[in-house]
Design a binder for this molecule. Sequence first.
Ligand SMILES: NC(=O)c1ccc[n+]([C@@H]2O[C@H](COP(=O)([O-])OP(=O)(O)OC[C@H]3O[C@@H](n4cnc5c(N)ncnc54)[C@H](OP(=O)(O)O)[C@@H]3O)[C@@H](O)[C@H]2O)c1
Length: 286
Amino acid sequence: MSKIAISGATGQLGRLVVQQLLARVPATDIVALVRTPAKAADLGVAAREADYTRPETLATALAGVETLLLISSSEVGQRLVQHRNAIDAAKAAGVKRIVYTSLLRADSTPLDLAPEHVQTEALLKASGLAWTVLRNGWYTENYAGSIAGAVASGALIGSTGEGRISSAARADYAAAAVVALTTPGHDGRVYELAGDTAYTLAELAAELSRQTGRDIPYRDLPPAEYAAALASHGVPEGFAQAIAGWDVATAQGAVFDDSKALSALIGRPTTPLATVVADVLAGLKG
Ligand SMILES: NC(=O)c1ccc[n+]([C@@H]2O[C@H](COP(=O)([O-])OP(=O)(O)OC[C@H]3O[C@@H](n4cnc5c(N)ncnc54)[C@H](OP(=O)(O)O)[C@@H]3O)[C@@H](O)[C@H]2O)c1
């Protein structure tokens, strides 16, 4: 049978894709592409070393692969070169199709994360290979750190104003990737994927209050104040400023979407906010 390779397979999204793919195709048809094979021992599929910055590893890792899920790298600022390396290696190795995880409305969003995704999409379209773009919206789990901070301090802080957030769980985006990898009809398509039900951070705080039985309000802060608060809790300064900037974009509607294209693709509703909050709270207990 033809093989499906998953890059970033030891990452949080990649692990969920491998788990869900195992329910659909034999383990022998799945290849985990990983930087550190020792971290892949529990995946239940063959792992091959593949580092986006070392093209020689990619050439070997992609041998015999028909379909590649290219999970965007976490190394922001380095990603265009890394993704180009992966696409070039896939072409050279005879890969037929690439499914790429991009960003919701990458071509028009105010989020500063977008340009590397737009440029990667352009490389894919010019590659001559079959391609599918999954423009993933915000992960609900992005708020895990904020939830932990809110439980510790008694207030949820951010700079999103009244911005509505159509996030979905990583497991929902993983399910979309599995559908795109294993069913026909997705070539040449760009999917804008997001959660079914949008919420504001005030509504997230209300859900947190409901589940903890405590009064945890949302405090909207000016972005510089929010970045300073994050930095005072140990978040590196540059990253704290980036997070505050993403909140400003969120206030402008950057992560809102009401297309319900994700639930349509996966054939079920996306994971409710309450479920992710409960999971995060359970993790905090321990
Ligand atoms: N939609 C959202 O809200 C959102 C939020 C955060 C990130 N993202 C994007 O979605 C991607 C997947 O999310 P995630 O939560 O799974 O992130 P993650 O847990 O940080 O996983 C990122 C993966 O990329 C791999 N990687 C990084 N640099 C690499 C390189 N040079 N060569 C090969 N692999 C490399 C990592 O390998 P190791 O396992 O070896 O570290 C890891 O497996 C992220 O990388 C990022 O592009 C989206």
